[in-house]
Design a protein around this ligand. Sequence first.
Ligand SMILES: NC(=O)c1ccc[n+]([C@@H]2O[C@H](COP(=O)([O-])OP(=O)(O)OC[C@H]3O[C@@H](n4cnc5c(N)ncnc54)[C@H](OP(=O)(O)O)[C@@H]3O)[C@@H](O)[C@H]2O)c1
Length: 270
Amino acid sequence: MPSYVIIGASRGLGYQYLKTLSQDPSNVVIGTARSVGPTAAKVAEDKLPNVHIIAADLTSAESLKTSAEEVSKITGGSVDHLIVNGAYLSPQSQFLAASEWAGKEDFFLEELNASMLANVAGVLFTINAYLPLIRKSTVKKVIVITSGVADFDAMAKTGISGGIPYSLSKAAVNGVVSKFAVESRNKGEGITYIALSPGFVATSAFEGPITPEIQTAVEGWMTGFKKLEPNFSGPIQTDESVEKQLEVIHSVTEKDSGAFISHHGNKKWL
Ligand SMILES: NC(=O)c1ccc[n+]([C@@H]2O[C@H](COP(=O)([O-])OP(=O)(O)OC[C@H]3O[C@@H](n4cnc5c(N)ncnc54)[C@H](OP(=O)(O)O)[C@@H]3O)[C@@H](O)[C@H]2O)c1
């Protein structure tokens, strides 16, 4: 029975992973949430079979270690697929260009720290908490959900100048994935680490008050993405993204370890 642990599964792509994976009764599916009650209630309401919800917060190494102990009791000590999905996403800072942070230095530091804590340190804490369980698997796959915005050469073509704290954190976490992959190769551990971008997906990430500034900036994104992919027609749905991500997850092998790739299995981000 293949096991999947989804870190950050309360909504958006993380919750979609629970929905998609639980359709196969042979899967053992475990999702983590900062607040277990509402996610467990949603799982019960949606009648998702074979799904366990346990507590974990990316900003707390202790909570991640405790969650790994809980998972170990469910799976019998191993984890086949660890998918680190949760992230700090800040709509407030997504649209500020570099020079627009002038006079907002404290806010920049807050956003940078929050992004780096959850999206970089939190990922490293998670992987270390779960490594003993991953090592006991025969599958040994660690997937970190990153973003195409960390490909600065591609993003330069879009003309999108915002999202600095978030994109820096995703570029940094790609580095974390690469370093874990190198260590695994050095030690002959046979673990496959992948930094996987899900595409541009309609999730709760940008819910909230849409100010005229945000509206203008979102329209700028659409125009920018068309410069990168002329056929781009808007965000895809979570089920399509997760289906494609799972195809990639199941097809990668140890030789791919350390790669930064998209839901298409390559560097096509949209
Ligand atoms: N949607 C896109 O177009 C897109 C594009 C590129 C990359 N991504 C990446 O895809 C992943 C999922 O994003 P999404 O679009 O599904 O966003 P979302 O709908 O906003 O969901 C974000 C998830 O992260 C969790 N989370 C936030 N802070 C956390 C923390 N400290 N510890 C544990 N979990 C935490 C949230 O849990 P709570 O409910 O507790 O807040 C929620 O489950 C992220 O890594 C994101 O960077 C998304």
